[in-house]
Design a binder for this molecule. Structure first.
Ligand code: URA
Length: 244
């Protein structure tokens, strides 16, 4: 997990709003109703300074467990969009249960609306930048069902770096064939718009369905049904940065 900064002193209403993903007004309301305690004492001031690392804050009798950042693995179903807001469709954020919600969450990288699988949701901008930057070489692996059988020459074409429509040159990518010639795994180190679909088209094929199965060497948890999510555990972070 990325290093923790020393959080310093933080206003109580801000802390509650951030950790519980509630508005600052709702946080003030909890304090006003005497429902918040700090180290066992009822808090009276909205702007009381607390130290998130050492003070024990409770709201409505439940301890508010402090984490500077949160990292969530979601198995995205088709039909929801990777955005924080959308006028027409549900977003991946709407699938996050209340206990994992907090302010500032966003999907680190986008899957198309019809793509399923592993989406990492966090409130840590630096970490998201790291895993998305082609310079960091964090690979993303996809399982694709193709319209037509993959050809043996496709493996080399992907490895050489395809030129996709519009003339963009892709970084070398790995195409793995399976027993079913219409089912393949594709590993990328970058994330251009509709990249897998456009790569398939560049070799005269078409993607029928697409699922992201891993980020780095961290696989999507098989126990997560579509639409379910869980926190990423400390020991899993080294897998994200692991290289082949
Ligand atoms: N490539 C695509 O074409 N779509 C995705 O959602 C992800 C990668």
């Amino acid at each position: 997990m990325p290093e923790k900064k020393n959080a310093g002193n933080v206003r109580l209403d801000r802390f509650l709003s951030n950790q519980l993903a509630i508005s600052r007004n709702d946080a003030k309301e909890l304090i006003k109703k005497r429902l918040v305690t700090v180290n066992g004492e009822t808090a009276k001031l909205f702007d009381m300074k607390i130290s998130p690392e050492t003070d024990i804050v409770a709201s409505e009798g439940n301890n508010v467990v402090y984490r500077e950042h949160i990292y969530i693995m979601l198995n995205k179903p088709a039909g929801v969009v990777c955005a924080t807001k959308d006028r027409l469709s549900d977003t991946v954020l709407e699938l996050i249960p209340p206990e994992l919600r907090r302010s500032g969450l966003f999907p680190a990288g986008r899957l198309d609306k019809d793509t399923t699988g592993f989406v990492l949701i966090t409130d840590d901008g630096g970490f998201a930048h790291d895993i998305l930057s082609p310079k960091k070489h964090v690979e993303k692996r996809y399982f694709a069902v193709l319209e037509k059988p993959a050809q043996a020459g496709d493996v080399k074409a992907f490895a050489d770096g395809l030129v996709i429509d519009g003339g963009e040159k892709c970084l070398p990518a790995k195409l793995e064939l399976t027993e079913n010639p219409r089912e393949v795994f594709i590993t990328l180190h970058e994330g251009m718009f509709h990249q897998v679909k456009r790569m398939a088209e560049a070799v005269g094929n078409k993607v029928v369905s697409l699922k992201r199965v891993s980020i780095g060497k961290l696989n999507l948890d098989e126990n997560l049904a579509e639409g379910q999510c869980r926190e990423i555990m400390h020991k899993e972070f080294e897998k994200i940065y692991a290289k082949t």
